[in-house]
Design a protein around this ligand. Sequence first.
Ligand SMILES: Nc1ncnc2c1ncn2[C@@H]1O[C@H](COP(=O)(O)OP(=O)(O)O)[C@@H](O)[C@H]1O
Ligand SMILES: [Mg+2]
Length: 228
Amino acid sequence: MLEAPHRRPARFITFEGGEGVGKSTQVRRLLNNLSHYDIEAVRTREPGGTPKAEAIRAFILQGRSEPWGVGAEAVLFAAARHDHVTQLIAPNLAQGTWVISDRFADSTRAYQGLTGGVDDKLIDALETLALDGHTPDLTIILDMDPDVAFRRVEMRSIEDGLQATGDRFENEEIEFHRRLRQNFLDIARANPDRCVVITADQSEEELEAAIWSVITSRFPELNGRPLP
Ligand SMILES: Nc1ncnc2c1ncn2[C@@H]1O[C@H](COP(=O)(O)OP(=O)(O)O)[C@@H](O)[C@H]1O
Ligand SMILES: [Mg+2]
């Protein structure tokens, strides 16, 4: 007799990649598709995800941690992630609920590689501490040219009736995002068992199907299940 999918171990899946590549869109679609097969899943995001982690996020974004330097900021991010893992991610997985996170630890590593100033060994140690053994089962890295991704974000602003932020196209900004893209690709290369890179420059539906194909081939409980 086939075991019901929700009786199998819960999976922890993260989505990573630059701004505008379609992470939030695909996280929503995946949750919807999982629910079709009676798989209970929660959606979360970083930075933040829990009230305490959101408080730390706000503290950093308001610039209040800046005088302490990038090392202290890295420690604060780790404290936020530790709360997210122990208060939300681990308890859900323990009760059989899948966790889908819109960004996670790889974002810290990718952005850290741009700002520099923090020793890789400290980043490694903080990641070990914050994850508390909860490495994602699968990380989907959505990859595309940042110029195209920016145009998507611009379209979103225009559709929402907001003024387009033209300065986003400034060369420095684009260069920053090109390096960010490369950092995510480097992370994927360093973690080939966990990470799958998917070309994000395709329609929402095509991308959804590509992601579903990765998920069903990776997790036996969904093997052979068509995209709902
Ligand atoms: N495959 C796609 N093709 C075109 N536009 C897309 C696609 N996926 C998402 N979008 C649109 O692009 C914008 C950014 O998508 P979003 O999912 O918010 O990206 P992210 O969370 O990675 O920043 C949104 O306006 C969204 O509707
Ligand atoms: Mg998003």
